[in-house]
Every structure is written in C-alpha cells, then in structure tokens.
Design a binder for this molecule. Sequence first.
Ligand code: PNW
Length: 524
Amino acid sequence: MSSAENKKRCMAMVLLMVGLFGLVIAQDQFLYGTFPKGFLWGAATASYQIEGGWNENGKGENIWDRMVHAYDGGIKDNSTGDVAADSYHKYMDDVAALKETGVNFYRFSLSWSRILPTGRIDQINQDGIDYYNKLINALLDKNISPMITLYHWDLPQPLEDIGGWLNEEVVDIFGAYANLSYSSFGDRVKSWITFNEPLVQSHLGYGLGIFAPRVKGSGKTDYIAAHNQIKAHARAWRIYDADYRATQNGEVGITFNCAWDEPKTQNPEDIEAAERALQFELGWFAHPIFSANGDYPPIMKEYIASRSAKEGYNMSRLPEFGQTWVNYIKGTHDFFGLNHYTSRLIYRVKGGNETSYENDQDLASSSDPSWPSSASSWLKVVPWGFRKLVNWIHKEYNGVRLIVTENGFSDHGQIKDDDRAKYYTSYINELMKAINLDGCNIFGYTAWSIIDNFEWSSGYTEKFGLYSINFTDPRRPRSRKFSAEVYSNIIANNGFPASSTNNMTMYPFKIQFPSKQHNLHDHL
Ligand code: PNW
C-alpha cells in the first residue's frame, strides 16, 4: 500500500472515531428543562416483596410462599419474603417515606391471597380488605394517589393446584377478583394495573422455571401462561369498562417490561434481529391489546409456526386466540405501563435445536463492556436506550398514552448511593428529551422502589430502594438514601430547570453536567 493510501485510511479512521465520539456525547448530553405541567411522579413496590405477614390474620398461601419454603427454595441467599420489609405492620413508615419524597402517587400491588385465601370470591378475608383500606386512606390523607397492581406474580396456591396460568379457568377467577377489588376500593382508587410484566411471570415462572411456580417447558408452557394472562387482562378491563367506569371514573392499564434492543452491528440481519427481539419481548403482549389489528405480532406467529412445523408439531406451539378473542382483547386499555431498566445489543444467530422461547427468535444478546454495571447481572446503565425505547413504542402503538411504572438501579444497599442518584438523573433526563424534543405522549414516571425489598430469586442480595431497610433488625427501620434526596429535588422542580440545576449545592455530589448550558431552545 502506498503511503498516500495509508494516510487516507488513517484520516478516515480518525474521522470515524471523531464521529462516533460525537454521537456518544450527543446521546449523553444533559438537557435542562422541565416536564409538562401536571406530569405525575411516583414510586412503586409489590406485595410479596415488601409485606411479610405471610400467614397472618387469614392470608392464604401463594406460589411464592410455597416456593421459598421448599427444601431447595431456589433463592440466592436462602431467604424468604416471610417478613420482608414488614410493610404489613410498617406501612405507615412507607407512607412517611413517600410523603418525604414528595411523590404524587404510590404504585403497590394487592396480595390476592391476603384478600381471597383460596383465590376465589366465595371466601373473603376481611382482614385483607381492612389492611388495604388502611393503606389507601393513609395515602389519601397525605395527598398521595394510590395506583393498584392487581397481579404482581403472587398467585394463590390453590389456583396453582388446578394448573395456575396454564388453566383457562383462571381467566374468569381473575375477573371475579378484579371485580371485588374495584367494588371494595374503586371509590378511592382511580388507577389500576391488571398485570405486572406478564412476560416475566410467563417465561421465568412457566417456561424457565426460575420463578414461582417453577414450571419448566419453555417454548410451550410460557406461551400458554401468557395467552391466559392476556385473556384475563381483557376480562378485567371489560368488567371495569362495563360496570365501574361510569361511577368511579378511573383508568385500567397493564404494565410490560422491556429493555431497549440495539442492533449490535449495522448489518441488516442484526437490525432485523433487534426489531424481532422487541416484538418477542414487548409485542408478544402489547400487540394483542394495543395494535390496530390485535393478535400476536405477525413475525412471532411466523417464526414459531415455522419452527414448530420443523419439529414435527401439527400446529404452532403459539396458541391461537381466534377472531372472537382477538376482538375481545383489542383496545382493552386506558394507558400503557412500561417497566424499563436496561438495554441489550442484539445480533442474529440461528436458534439452537432445543424447543424454547429463546431458540424461537434466532437471535442472541450481549452488552457493551463500556456500559456501567449494577448489582444485578442483567442491569447495565444505558440512559439513551430509554429514550429510544419510548420513541419506538410511540410509533409502534400510534402515539399511545404511556406511564413509566418502574425504573431503577440495584446496588448493595449503601446510604451514599451515588450510582443510583446518577442513574435516576440521567434516565429521567432522557425521558424528558423523549417528551419535550420527540413529542412522546408520556404522563408519569415511577421509581422502583421506595424501599429495599425481597428481590425475587436474588433474595436480599440486590437492593433497589430509595430508602434502606435494616433487614436484621426486627423493627425494620427505614433510612433515607442520598438518591431519595436527588429524586425528591427532581420532583420538586418538575425536572431540571436551569437555575436550580446550576446550583450544585442541590446535588451534594458532582454530576457531570456540561459546562455549556443546553436548554430546550438549542435543540428545537
Ligand atoms: C421487575 N429482567 O422485574 C419487577 O416488576 C420488580 O418486581 C423487580 O423487583 C424489579 O423489576 C427489579 O428486578 C424484573 O431480568 C425482573 O430483565 C427481571 C428483569 C426485569 C424486570
């Protein structure tokens, strides 16, 4: 190669690197500005992760109680949620933490088996109703709106004994439980989420068998469990719509988890694979409910049918709704709930031979070594992925009204949690860009979680709280972490107005704000 050619190549390399660097800076650039007036700020928990009181005052056993009490409970530190944060007794401490943080709403879930020990409405446990009434009233008293998740993975064990989410009968049983919840609390509760992350319940609970009820059968049973949860969601929404909306004036939505799936290379096969990953992860549940035509995403139907045929099945392993159910499910939403934590790099690979949800997709994922890590192996810090994901949803589901129902960061529980404070600051800033610069239709944000809690199969080894809990102290005292102060400031300012964010005393640690101020105006 001539030296002139060499020089040219070097120059091209340098230009490419400068270009890439520019892109990274643009993605990481901090934007001053505020959220739209009336934007809602919240924090979340889930019953099994915080309540404890697992068999107190008439509560029935659920699938997580059963799992953690088994000889090999499958929990990292062999812990249980028997006491957890003891919110069954200490809920007033939770309300105080929420008040101190300044949230507008609190997202929590009902323990189905605390209200209905058998899962069915023929046996109501009044103590369970009383407990949630006390919590709801205490919140309202402090001007905090309750947002209730009906199902956050803790199915009553007697329903699992008849097959759980693999049994279609549970669709109607869930409808009856939803009905009881609306009639008991709906005079004061105006915001309902039917299911939290049906993907995690289906795939981890009824596919990989890592979460309760530990059923293994990926590529088959996870699809069936998902199918019945989607039907149960529609049933619950329609009951509210027909019998409660006119008098109670509330809203019913559903919450999905989704990472941002970035193509690992610009190779068209990888770009397609990343799109396919989003359809298998989010479209699986969102397409039947939020798309114009309803039903599962076409790409998912095509891939699973073709692999099923090759495996010798005479029909697809993905169940079919049929037109009646497609119509019944389509449009059953008042808002789109999104739980988002992290991003992945996706590339195409031929799926392995074994039958599984993973192999059905013909793709694999990795992460970029430059992405900061957390205490959870799956959670890497990629703020710009948040903005890309909500934009993708905005386009895919026709400008749908979205609320972020979870977002947060795990560490080992230290009070001076700078990494969590930075996570919240940068992710919330990206969300603000999605609203103010991109026009996404987002009306609220929820931090996961207000307190440290039982992190499912990781037990107490990963902490997500804005408040720390001493789990070895029987009184379970709560202490405010640094990130709670930072989040509280963001709420008080409704974002990042230039004047207050410039004042570094607001953040006792140094956040890397750019020296040049970027405000909305510069970007428009
Ligand atoms: C969510 N993943 O779960 C749940 O809704 C919470 O109960 C949980 O505590 C929180 O996120 C933190 O994990 C997820 O593997 C569990 O990608 C696993 C994943 C995502 C969300």
